[in-house]
Structure formats: C-alpha cells, structure tokens
Design a binder for this molecule. Sequence first.
Ligand code: NA7
Length: 549
Amino acid sequence: MAEVQRCDAVVIGAGFAGMYALHRLRDDLGMRVRVFERGSGVGGTWYWNRYPGARCDVESMFYSYSFSEELEQEWEWTERFPAQPEILAYAEHVADRFDLLEDITFETSIVSADFDEKSREWTVRADSGELVAAPFLITAVGCLSSSRIPPFPGLDSFRGQIFHTGQWPHEGVDFSGKKVAVIGTGSSGIQAIPKIAEQAGHLTVFQRTPAFSLPARNRPLTAAEVAEFKASYPEHRAEARVAPSGVPGIPPVGSAFSVSDERREELLTERWIRGGTSFLSLFNDTSVDIEANNLSAEYVRERIRDIIDDPDTAQKLLPYDYPIGAKRICLDTDYFATYNRDNVDLVSVRETPIEEITPRGLRVGDTEYEFDVIVFATGYDAMTGPLNAIDIRGTEGVLLRDKWAAGPRTYLGIATAGFPNLFMLTAPGSPSVLVNMIISIEQHVDWVADLLVYLREHGYTRVEALLDAEDSWVETVNEAASHTLFPRGNSWYLGANIPGKPRVFMPFVGGAGRYRKICDGVASADYRGFTMSAAADVQPDAAEVPVRN
Ligand code: NA7
C-alpha cells in the first residue's frame, strides 16, 4: 500500500488554469500544492494541439495572463493571433519564471479522487500508484482535452498512419507526397487543411457538416503596436474583464434591421476585411434572432461562392445546417481557397457516412478511398469528458459522473453539491469556452483563492455548494441559453457531437463581465449558496508530511 503524501491542495492539470492556480495558492496564500499533469510539459491544450496551423482565435495581447505586470511587459507576442508554438513557449516561460515546475508531477494522470467526510480531505490516486491527500481539490483539466476518434469499425486494421489533431506527435508529421485524408471540418480541421494541402501529394477532406468560417487576417504585430498596447495594458485588461467575451470589442451598431441593405453589406464587409470574430458582434440580434442571423450567414455563404472556383464544391461547402455562431465560429487562413487546389478533393459524408476504416483507407457507401495517412479532426468529449474520466467520489461515495448522468450540474460552474472542497476551474455552467479562456481562468482562480482565504480567516475547513443554489444556477444557465440561437446547433457545447451524451447546453452564455459580477456578488454576500463549517471534530494527522521541496 503506497504511503499517502499530504499537502494543502491538489491541482489536476498544468495548462493555463493549473499553472495559475499553483502560482496563486502557493505564492500568495502560502499553501503547499501538488499539481499532476498527464503531458510531459505545461500548456494543456497548447501542449497537445501541435497540428499544422494550430492557432488561437483570441488576439495575442489578450490571450495572456494579466496577473503580473512584469510578465506582460517582458513577453513579446509576434502575431495578431498566436500560433501554437508561441503559446506553448509562453506557457513554458511562465512556468520557468514563476518556478512552477518543481511542484508539478508530469506524465501522471489522476485516476480517482475520494472525499473522506471524517478527515475532510480528498485523496487522489495517480496512475503511478501515488496517493496524495489534501483538504482541497482543484480540477484544471481543460474543456477540450478528451480527444475523440469516432468508433469506426476497422479502425485498428488501417495499415497507414493515424493521427488526431488533439494528440499530435511532437516531432510533427511529414505529409510530403502522401495521400492524406482529413475527417472533420471544425476549427481544428479548418486550420490544418490548408497547411496539410501545401505539403501532401493529395488531400481528401471528409465533411459531414459545412462550417461557418471567417478570415482570421492574421499578420505580424508591429513593434509600435505592441509598445502602444503595453503602455496601456492596465486599461486594456480592465476593459477585458468586464467585456462579455473577455476581449474588448467595438459596440454593436444595433439590430441588423436598423440599417439599409446597402449599409448592412458595407458594415459586414468592413468586419470581413478586419478579420476575426468581431463579424459576429456587429449587430446585437445576430445571436438571438434567426432572421437577423441569416443576414450575416448569407453574407458568409456569398463569400464562399465568390472564393470557390467549382460551383459543385462551393455548394457542398455552404453552411445551412445551423445559425452562424450557434456552433463555435471558425477562423481560418485560406481555408476555402484551399479547395481550388488541384491536389484537394472534398467528399461530403452527410448523406452517406463513413462506414468503416479499411486496411487501405476508408469506405463511404460503395467507394473505398485509399490513403497513407488519416487525420482525425473529429473533436472532443467537451467539458464533462475530462472530469468524468476521473472517478471523483464525493460524500457517501457518489461518483460525479453518476450525479451528472443527465447532464452537468454546478453552482456557478465551479462547485457541485455533494462534493465539498472541490473546485472545478472553467467547468460547465461557467462562461469558459464562450469567452477568452485566460480571463475565465484568472477570474476562477482568483475567486477560489479569495474563498480559501475566507475559509481560513473564519476557521472553516469544509465548504459545499447547496443543492438549492445549484438548482437555481442550472436554471439560470439554461434560461440564458434558451434566449439565444445556441441550442439550434448540434455542437459540442450541447454534447450533441457524442452519441448518447445528454443534450444540455453547458457553458453560461451571459458573458464574462456579467458572470464576474454574479460571482463577486456571491462572495460579498458571505458566499451565498455555500455551506461552510469548522473542523471541531477532525483529528489532525500527526504524520503529516510536507510535500513541497
Ligand atoms: P469540432 O468542432 O467538434 O469538429 C469536429 C469535426 O469532426 C466536425 O466537423 C464533425 O462533424 C466531424 N466529425 C465528427 N465525427 C464525425 C464522423 N463520424 N464522420 C464525419 N465527421 C465527423 O472539433 P475541433 O477539434 O475542430 O474543434 C474543437 C474546438 O477546439 C473548437 O471549437 C475551438 O474551440 C478549439 P459535425 O459537425 O459533427 O457533423
């Protein structure tokens, strides 16, 4: 039986959330923290997603930590939208600069976490066999970290190479001269396809649902731009924290119907040329009114028709299945133009699905396609997947995934009744994936840190979300989504990409700024919706072993 190590908090995951949680709890609160990370390095999403073309769709100057002015000033972003290698280098720089590595155990997954009511401790078990007990457990497992290859028959029979965009080999993949398939046209496929097409002998894209994609218009940042931005970083950050998307934007001009057809076309064209996701926030009714939405959607369809030379291919690429923005909007660089290349074909698998993977390739209906390489850009078991993969047992041994069998239930997207002293960073019920993730992460970690200080100051050792508060928050999250067009897309936000997954809209659509206010209101009302208690009856463990250093 492995000896149980003890510390003050266990953090699962060393992506941006886990790294900041470690820094905040250890360096500001003086806690002994152990972090466990599945990968061999920090960076989370940006550690795993090394596929060609991987890039963030939030602008660099905002997709970065704001907690350290020195860090803000010393780091140099080079492009408008940061590419994966640069974000990973940034994460590694942060880990070095703040001495995070010494408290992170890499290449180790947590397989279970059990709460013991008597000792008021979580005991986590790692796949290495290591056991660690701590009063607090913080999950920083990411929203898109359980990558998914659909269970196609014959998958193991393929004689070529298979890759998933979310588990890309560190040494890269050489596509030169090869016959390549990409399955999936979400954000990952749309970013990878143009890059793979440049190298491959031949590329065939298998598309089930055509996606809306906007031009990123990525470009190098100029030294003057960066200097100017850095000179007023505090103001930019203050704006970002209250902005709905966690990134300051241009205010909407009003309803899509408040302007003439000509003016609407002009405005949409301006946004199309500007690049990025601000196209979607031009009008204030795009995300709530299907008629208004369709005006922006049709504009994008028109651009696709303009770009694609072959009308049949254009027809296949036109997105009609869902309102624009109801599935995650994609940003691309030359995605649609890639279909004009001689070495690229598009196969629609909407009517006739991929039936099996064969030793030589894959089969759609009666047609077998042969490949050297198959790239799965088929997405993730989003948001709940990484949490449900761990046996997290709360009071009375209830498993979190059983509690969530009909869909995730949280209070504020951070805690859940029956699981005391557990904080889930950017969990379902928080804005997370709908906004700038780093803003969400900092807000969550800071809020948890303040709560931990509150507990300490009041002598409390146990905190748990109340069921009523949770029910009412779930209601708020559902209600917010129901006023939008989000539920009309078969998206991973809804769990609709996984057969059998409960169809529940998981993120809070009310915006980062509003969410922050709600959380602050809860804190200033003595953490309304939580029950807390002191440890009068808990025996401290005499054999406590300090873990740090
Ligand atoms: P997504 O957005 O979930 O996209 C997955 C894609 O894979 C999507 O086009 C799916 O089609 C397609 N897919 C999934 N299963 C199949 C099968 N069985 N056959 C054919 N096609 C399939 O994942 P991404 O990795 O692109 O992006 C995830 C997030 O990462 C993204 O939103 C950003 O936030 C960053 P479907 O649309 O379901 O018909």
